[in-house]
Design a protein around this ligand. Sequence first.
Ligand code: ASP
Length: 301
Amino acid sequence: MEPKIIVHGGAWTIPDDRKQAHLDGCRNAVEAAYPLLLQGASALDAVQAAINVLERDETFDAGRGAVLNADGQIELDASIMDGKDLNFGAVAGVRRFMTPVDIARKVLETEFCFLIGDGAERFAREQGLAECDPRDLFVERELQLYEKLRSQDGYSTDQAFAPMPQGTVGAVAIDKDGNIAASTSTGGTPYKMPGRVGDSPICGAGVYADNELGGASCTGFGEGVIRTLMCSKACEYLAQQDAKGAATEAIHMLYRRVSGHAGVILLDKNGNYGIYHNTDHMAHAYVLPDGTIHTTVHMDD
Ligand code: ASP
């Protein structure tokens, strides 16, 4: 099986002066992870490596550079799923670790699926993962956005969804053995209620992988994605449709049922990509059949 990988860097309206950083970040993630797949690494290791690059890149709303909640704090959510055995690991409300997908991966290796807040951080420490100062995650851009939103009387995150879900990151890969894995990582939505958890760490909502169908990671209107279990639906659609059709149908379903805006990346079990978004942009990058990397903010480029 020819290995494949696709990553996204969030679905929203990306300002012109930030497009190149999003394209470069997505390319860097594929450049880090694809050689691993060629050397025989598992899809699980490849998506984790790709997400690590994106979490460390302050361009994106994941790890360093994440959005602030209404208390002015960063709470990170991340997930990873192995389509081979349906093992799943997720964390939410993480404040002291720059690459929360690494904690999610450790959770996947336990009997549990999902750890939150202090328990997730204690577990991460026990696993020897490197802790950071919460302030290491903050960037000036997001501090300024926080101050702006705080000064807007009656601001609610509903307003944030319409014009600009942010730069959540995701990856889906298939390895030489035909195993599929998917992963998603985010700081959530700007000025979210403290304790709010979006779709990204929820199995079947912001992420899903099943070797018998395919794998998906999405970004966008989190509450709508949770209510429609969009990534699991996208994978189910693969039983009837090609990857492009399944991705399109998932986003149409989201809009039809809950007026949601989002983007999704998919890989089917034969390594075909599906990409669709109903936001203005979704930065993404993937490996072409000749081994080169294609990056764009529009699905049709
Ligand atoms: N889906 C994420 C959330 O609701 C946000 C995003 O993708 O930008 O937490």
